[in-house]
Structure formats: structure tokens, C-alpha cells
Design a protein around this ligand. Structure first.
Ligand code: HEC
Length: 196
């Protein structure tokens, strides 16, 4: 009879579908099964190098504060952008403190905390649209960069011609930024070299 043949075919289709789905269903069960051996939960994973963080995030974000007197925001959008920059600066101190980035658990953390404090204060000042407070934070922020660079940036703070290490780059390497009297060229040629 036609009807029962049709029913049989439909049942067959359903069974076929169920069988072809079963590997996927089983895989799903495995994942949600609490007894199965679970993959370790993901941990924070650095994407950029130390140099990338400095050049692409920290340096431009800090400039928003260093130039606040001449580039004072005038619109709501510009103030909002400044809030973002100061928040980025403060939070990137946390990125520096990540276990995979911190060079040690003592001095490095203290130096990064200086930047965290300055960045946090700048974030609140930006929220308050307090230009004077941001200007006053300039020195504290600058010192936070310099403190860590003196401790951890290779050859930072050495003057040319005096005690140059043997593996120092040639003297015709790109000059350090004019804003930094005591910066020396690093070991690599970076696209942008500033000496904070
Ligand atoms: C906790 C440590 C630490 C702090 C704080 C810090 N830096 Fe750095 N910075 C480094 C290290 C380490 C390097 C060298 C990175 C490299 O070459 O691998 C560096 C390098 C740089 C460079 C050169 C990057 C290149 O490849 O040319 C710039 C620019 C820079 N920092 C900007 C800043 C500014 C601006 C601040 C403050 C707002 C700051 N840094 C705060 C550790 C720090």
C-alpha cells in the first residue's frame, strides 16, 4: 500500500538523519560531560611584543596627556576620546604586569604600578574634564616611563662615546628623539624611536 510505503520511507529518512547526526551529538555530549577530562581553561595570552605595546598603544595614549595643554579637547567627542586614551594607558599597565610579560615579580611590578597610578589619575581627570589636573600629571607620568626604562630598556640612558658596550649599534644608527636628552639607540631599528 502506498501510505505504508511512504511511512517506511519517511522513517528511513529520519533514522538515516539520526545516524548521520550521531557523531556530532556524541561530540557535544563529551564536551558537556563533567566526568570527561576537560581542556585547561584558557589563560591570558599576549599578542603584541613589548615593543608593539610601547609603540602602538602606550606611546600614542601618553601623548594625549603630554600634549593636553595645546591639544585640549573642545567637543564632547574629543573628551570621550581622551577618556579612552587615558583608560588605555592605565589598563596597559595591567598588560605589562601580566605573568607572561612581567620581567620579574618585584621591581618590574613597582615600575608598572607607577604608570598604572598616573594613568588612573589621568582617567579620572579626563572624566572630570580637568585640564589643570592633567597638566599636573605630566611629570608623574613621564617619570613612570623613565623609571622603568632606566631599569629594563636595553642601554637606555647611556650617552654616546662613554662606556658604549661592544654590542652597541653603530654610531650612525638613527638618532634618539630630541625630547630625550639621555636616550641611546636600542638594539634594533624600530619604525619610531622615542626615548621616554
Ligand atoms: C614597566 C616597564 C615599562 C614602563 C612603565 C614603560 N615602558 Fe616603555 N619600554 C619598556 C621596555 C622593556 C622597552 C624595550 C622594549 C623592547 O625593545 O623590546 C620599552 C620601550 C619603549 C619604547 C621604544 C619601543 C621601540 O621598539 O622603539 C617606547 C616608545 C616606549 N617604551 C614608550 C613608553 C612610554 C611613553 C611609557 C610611559 C607612558 C613607557 N614606555 C612606560 C618598559 C616600560
Amino acid at each position: 500500500m502506498n501510505i505504508s510505503r511512504n511511512a517506511c520511507t519517511s522513517l528511513g529518512v529520519v533514522l538515516l538523519a539520526a545516524f548521520s547526526l550521531s557523531p556530532a551529538l556524541m561530540a557535544q555530549e563529551e564536551v558537556s560531560d563533567p566526568d570527561s577530562v576537560a581542556e585547561p581553561a584558557p589563560v591570558a595570552q599576549p599578542v603584541g611584543t613589548m615593543s608593539d605595546l610601547m609603540v602602538q598603544i602606550i606611546y600614542p595614549a601618553s601623548d594625549a596627556i603630554f600634549y593636553i595643554a595645546t591639544r585640549t579637547p573642545t567637543t564632547t567627542a574629543a573628551w570621550s576620546a581622551l577618556e579612552g586614551q587615558t583608560l588605555m594607558l592605565a589598563e596597559s599597565a595591567n598588560l605589562l604586569m601580566m605573568p607572561s610579560r612581567a620581567r620579574d615579580e618585584d621591581q618590574w611590578m613597582r615600575d608598572a604600578k607607577l604608570m598604572l597610578d598616573a594613568g588612573e589619575a589621568a582617567f579620572f581627570a579626563a572624566k572630570d574634564r580637568d585640564v589643570e589636573a592633567l597638566i599636573e600629571l605630566n611629570d608623574q607620568l613621564y617619570q613612570s616611563c623613565v623609571t622603568c626604562h632606566r631599569h629594563y630598556r636595553p642601554r637606555y640612558g647611556r650617552r654616546r662615546g662613554s662606556g658604549r658596550p661592544l654590542d652597541a649599534p653603530p654610531l650612525d644608527a638613527p638618532p634618539p628623539d630630541a625630547r630625550s636628552p639621555d636616550a641611546a639607540p636600542g638594539p634594533t631599528v624600530a619604525p619610531r624611536r622615542v626615548g621616554r
